[in-house]
Design a protein around this ligand. Sequence first.
Ligand SMILES: CC(C)(COP(=O)(O)OP(=O)(O)OC[C@H]1O[C@@H](n2cnc3c(N)ncnc32)[C@H](O)[C@@H]1OP(=O)(O)O)[C@@H](O)C(=O)NCCC(=O)NCCS
Length: 351
Amino acid sequence: MRSLITGTGIGVPRHVVTNEALSRLMDTSDEWIRVRSGIQERRYADPGQGSTSLGVIAAGNAIADAGLKPGDIDSVIFATMTPDHVLPGNGPLLQVALGLRDIPTFDIRQQCSGFLYGLELADLFIQSGRYRRVLLVGAEVHTSFMPWHLGWDTLIGQSTREITEAERAENTASRDRTVLFGDGAGAVVIEGRDGVAGLGPIRLHTDGTGAGVLTMLGAGFKRRPFVTHEQIDAGETLPIMSGKEVFKSAVTLMPQAVREVCEVAGVAVESLDLVLVHQANLRIIEGVQKALGLPAGKVPHNIERYGNTTAATLPILFHECRQQGLVKPGMNLMFTALGSGLHWGAALYRT
Ligand SMILES: CC(C)(COP(=O)(O)OP(=O)(O)OC[C@H]1O[C@@H](n2cnc3c(N)ncnc32)[C@H](O)[C@@H]1OP(=O)(O)O)[C@@H](O)C(=O)NCCC(=O)NCCS
């Protein structure tokens, strides 16, 4: 029995925000963002549109693509670092919105590796015989991290007011992070099937000594109360990131994980047909591609249109690759990701 992805779907918000638009809010430029990250535009959710609602769209599309009805799903794994609420998680909210049965829903985090960790869980569920049809969703609304009172609402046509010089200066202080992220959701349906196609092997890693390189200090239960005006004013409800450290870890650890999985599977790296890398930065994606010695055509990317959507990048990319006819039967496809934790890993998928 193998865990086969039988359906995929995405849910991306309607507002397209270009680099040029961002440069009206802070000291940045299309050239800087494009050259450093490869990003040209990203999507922003409407106010009130959370990661559950984007996940519901993606999941509905994936279930239909699998030729199933919501009532056929027998467990849900929802990966997000931007849930609608602290509690409950997005799982029960998605269950109601989609009209799923009384089935278990698991909410997981793992940030940019959320989808990969979800694949591992889904595979274990299916291999154990516990569940047969797992819905795995990765969805994020990052725009809520951004200081909307500083003129961001103008980007989605919610306000026409000019931002002040003071607001511009404040926006510029977080420009190394805010320009990189976008909102979106991707989902897959995974079913147990006989045959050679399907998931595995998967190898996951965690190194908590790297927790500080990408973290958010505000709004945490170590503090009493867990969120204050002072934390917000100090910008502590926005993630902090040591960009260079994350970059170095990403271009080293993702190729290592891919090699590790290839070795376990007895598959030569050069015989991989497609490698889907977490979409955080085009230079990282190209770094991974070069470290593996693969031609650029085997490492597709869509970061230019979405930016980093954290748990959603891999299912969105996989869906688009399928749509573009890049995923053909009999391929060796590799998923790999790295993110806050640090969590990283790779998963082989035979199509
Ligand atoms: C964030 C990142 C794009 C920055 O690229 P970099 O080449 O390391 O750039 P630096 O940090 O050296 O910054 C260079 C300069 O650009 C400036 N800068 C930062 N963000 C900017 C922006 N949006 N627009 C214009 N200038 C910017 C910096 O202030 C710095 O200026 P200085 O030299 O005068 O101090 C890059 O480090 C990166 O992508 N890291 C990985 C991030 C990631 O993947 N995060 C998610 C993980 S899942």
